[in-house]
Design a protein around this ligand. Structure first.
Ligand code: FES
Length: 196
């Protein structure tokens, strides 16, 4: 199953592609992502052009994210919860991709889905909001409940967060390629070669 369609939702009342029932979650997650925000504010809107550089135009477009419409960006943490949930069916799809008629096997498609899900997991788990949720808001780990455990997780998430931009781009291109690969195999254009 293409990652754009997972988990598969087939309902009578929906007349369009079932992918749209899923895509608003990763789409909203990416659009509100701190890294992508920085990229499109600076590269497309040119406002703000850098940190600490205010919008000098008379009709200020960017006023921070405390007012509409940019206030909407604060829903990112809720998209994070949904994106974490979406990882479960994606990993189940990877497990299914090792199943060749009841026997263990590995095909090119297995590797495509595996790499795609690893990259999407890296992107989701390196999210700034998750890092903040686990420990970013604490002043004192040793005073907090399960402080030692949270500190260990926070340290690992912080290391992954350092490469959030890399996770963001690699996972974006890979999920597009994984969808294309599954689609072309299902249409018989490409053959999914079995490796093991
Ligand atoms: Fe990029 Fe959360 S900050 S996914």
């Amino acid at each position: 199953l293409s990652p754009f369609y997972s988990p598969e939702l087939i309902v009578d009342w929906w007349k369009w592609s079932p992918a749209f029932l899923i895509l608003w979650i990763p789409g909203g997650f990416r659009i509100t992502c701190y890294y992508y925000r920085k990229a499109y504010y600076r590269s497309f809107f040119l406002h703000p052009m850098a940190c600490s550089v205010g919008d000098q135009r008379a009709n200020r477009i960017y006023n921070g994210e405390a007012k509409l419409p940019w206030l909407f960006q604060n829903v990112h943490r809720y998209f994070l919860y949904l994106a974490l949930f979406i990882l479960i069916p994606l990993w189940l799809d990877v497990l299914r991709a090792f199943n060749f008629g009841g026997k263990f096997g590995v095909g090119v498609g297995t590797l495509v889905l595996l790499v795609n899900t690893v990259l999407l997991s890296g992107y989701t788990l390196s999210c700034h909001s998750l890092r903040h949720l686990v420990g970013g808001k604490l002043d004192c780990f040793s005073c907090a409940p399960m402080g030692k455990l949270r500190h260990g997780i926070w340290e690992r998430l912080s290391r992954a967060n350092h490469f959030h931009m890399v996770w963001a781009w690699t996972s974006l291109f890979m999920v597009g390629f994984a969808d294309l690969y599954v689609r072309l195999c299902s249409m018989g254009v490409w053959i999914d070669f079995k490796l093991l």
